[in-house]
Design a protein around this ligand. Structure first.
Ligand code: SF4
Ligand code: SF4
Length: 113
């Protein structure tokens, strides 16, 4: 990791299945006490015409998330990124992630304050 670049996490939740694996991976890495988590996945119900519904799952890092700085400094990915099988999460330089967001419908960029 080039420490001069600002790094963040791109969350591309279009194909998030709501499996909560990212939450579990974070909990196993940090052994959070009950009620604390570095990642939360929420379910949003979108109403469509003709009484149909579309479920959207939105994973988002909480204030407890450190972006796995300790792992990243050792050259590893954040745990949640590593374990998301749908490849919804990507860690990297913010400039690169902003480029990847272009043209995508459901993305969020998380970066440290
Ligand atoms: S980046 Fe690390 S601390 Fe943040 S949610 Fe993912 S696993 Fe948890
Ligand atoms: S971000 Fe990935 S690991 Fe987390 S709920 Fe969505 S699909 Fe599962």
């Amino acid at each position: 990791m080039n420490e001069k670049e600002v790094h963040g996490m791109l969350i591309d939740y279009e194909y998030c299945t709501g499996c909560h694996t990212c939450e579990v991976a974070c909990a196993q890495e940090y052994n959070w006490e009950e009620g604390v988590s570095g990642m939360k996945v929420i379910e949003i119900v979108e109403k469509l015409p003709n009484d149909r519904y579309y479920l959207v799952y939105l994973p988002f890092p909480t204030e407890a998330c450190s972006l796995c700085i300790g792992r990243v400094k050792k050259g590893m990915e954040p745990q949640c990124v590593k374990h998301c099988m749908a490849k919804c999460l990507e860690f990297g330089p913010v400039e690169n992630l902003l480029e990847k967001m272009k043209g995508k419908k459901r993305t969020v960029l998380f970066r440290p304050r």
